[in-house]
Ligand binder design. Structure first.
Ligand code: FAD
Length: 430
């Protein structure tokens, strides 16, 4: 979408082949419906908190079909907006699956099209583990269209999609287990985040089993784990990684080098091993986030059609996990900062948010700053708590600009907010 629109605005003649629905994964089975579900799930707790502010409510009742219908209506609207934007930009739309024939030829719907440049932006697809009975399980693709909510669900995985769906199911009243084969959730994130998020999610009712991996599924659904334990659930969802969508695309035949996982190997300008073939987004498997894919698309359009070679800067990209509670992060984890800079100063705080002080609420907000001891630059900022993504987005600007801890300290906070803690942490952690 973004690459096509920008390329067209720079004067290129553009055709887009789309075999699915406009907007891709993010709009149809990713970010957007996921966040709508996360809002829905959080109401259960909001109703509880409301009582402590004096509100008396009847017994809240949740209707999955209403949520699905409203979500589908909104997504259909967005599909139209996206298609309209492409048409308005002057792009020719091919509602077909496309394959690459050679360096300058694409085939779609039985016709061949030649082009000076070919952009592969085919995204990624959920990967299932090769265990017996895996066909009984669903992935995030199907989770957005369930006929009804299960009574008991098992979500397998320890990454953001698994945590988000475990929180969604739990919030909507499903007895939820999360099983992850690793020792800590959110591999690659700051270790405090994985540990503390597990603690918070457990408090809210999710059963989290670490170092625990299903070995087999049988009808029922009976789950047999590798450690010999067993469990019966009504739904199993695997969120165990995604594979770049290159199978059967004809790329190898055209001479395009693929990585072992199928990702298109590209340089910093998103160019593949064939000069005229480029790849952006999940299919290039750099940082698989929507704003990164769109930034790569805009950079490529500039590089190819505006004579401004523009590499994409993948450093200090902020990201959020819309679990309950939310989590967001930018920059280095404590562990990666120690490896990169040597000595680091750590500042952390954990507290009950003001909104939760009137009731018997157990959720604690957590914040952490990682500071390079030598330069005193803040190189990492991490948060678990309400609106973490909204807060870290602002902090990310400061981190990207290389702000120092003293500059954070010199910034006056907004009171009373949770975010003000980011500019009032004074005590170094041991
Ligand atoms: C459950 C879930 C939640 C997510 N949440 C977030 C989030 O909160 N924030 C965030 O930043 N990112 C999130 N992501 C990641 C984000 O969705 C992806 O990084 C982003 O969609 C990648 O964009 P893309 O253009 O590379 O691929 P996609 O969005 O996957 O688009 C690829 C398109 O290519 C089409 N296609 C594929 N093959 C062909 C072919 N041969 N011919 C024609 N068309 C083809 C597909 O139909 C699809 O429309 C989430 C992903 C998932 C699965």
């Amino acid at each position: 979408m973004r690459a096509s629109r920008f390329a067209a605005s720079y004067g290129a003649r553009v055709a887009v082949a789309e075999s699915g629905r406009f907007g891709g994964t993010c709009v149809n089975v990713g970010c957007i419906p996921k966040k709508l579900f996360a809002y829905a799930a959080h109401y259960r707790e909001d109703f509880e908190v409301a009582k402590s502010f004096g509100w008396a409510l009847g017994e809240p009742k949740f209707d999955w079909q209403t949520l699905l219908a409203n979500k589908d209506r909104e997504i259909a609207r967005l599909n139209g907006v996206y298609e309209g934007a492409l048409t308005k930009a002057g792009a020719k739309i091919l509602r077909e699956r496309a394959t690459v024939v050679d360096a300058h030829t694409v085939e779609a719907g039985g016709k061949r099209y030649s082009a000076r440049h070919i952009l592969v932006a085919t995204g990624s697809w959920p990967r299932l583990p090769g265990i017996p009975g895996r066909e009984l399980a669903i992935t995030s693709n199907e989770a957005f269209f369930l006929d009804s909510l299960p009574r008991r669900a098992l979500v397998v995985g320890g990454g953001y999609i698994a945590l988000e769906f475990a929180s969604i199911f739990n919030g909507l009243g499903v007895e939820t287990t999360l099983a992850y084969r690793g020792p800590r959730l959110l591999r690659g994130f700051d270790a405090d985040l994985g540990d503390r998020l597990a603690e918070e999610m457990r408090k809210k009712g999710v059963v989290i089993r670490l170092q625990c991996d299903p070995a087999q599924l049988e009808r029922g659904i009976q789950v047999a784990y590798e450690d010999g334990s067993a469990q019966e659930v009504d739904l199993v969802m695997f969120a165990t990684g995604r594979t770049p969508n290159t199978a059967g695309l004809g790329l190898e035949r055209a001479g395009v080098q693929l990585a072992a996982d199928g990702a298109v190997v590209v340089n910093e300008y998103s160019r593949s091993s064939v000069d005229s073939i480029h790849a952006i987004g999940d299919v290039a498997n750099r940082l698989n986030l929507t704003p990164v894919a769109t930034a790569e698309g805009m950079a490529l359009a500039k590089t190819l059609f505006r004579d401004q070679p523009t590499p994409v800067d993948h450093v200090n990209v902020p990201t959020a996990v819309f679990s309950d509670p939310n989590l967001a992060t930018v920059g280095y984890s404590e562990q990666s900062a120690r490896a990169r800079f040597g000595a680091v100063d750590i500042y952390k705080t954990a507290f009950w948010g003001l909104k939760h002080t009137l009731g018997r609420h157990e959720e604690r907000t957590f914040m952490k700053l990682v500071v390079d001891a030598a330069s005193q630059r803040v190189v990492g900022a991490h948060m678990i708590g309400p609106d973490a993504g909204e807060i870290i987005q602002g902090i990310a600007i400061a981190v990207k600009l290389g702000a120092t801890k003293a500059q954070f300290d010199a910034t006056i906070g907004i009171h009373p907010t949770a975010a003000e803690e980011f500019v009032t942490m004074r005590e170094k952690a041991d």
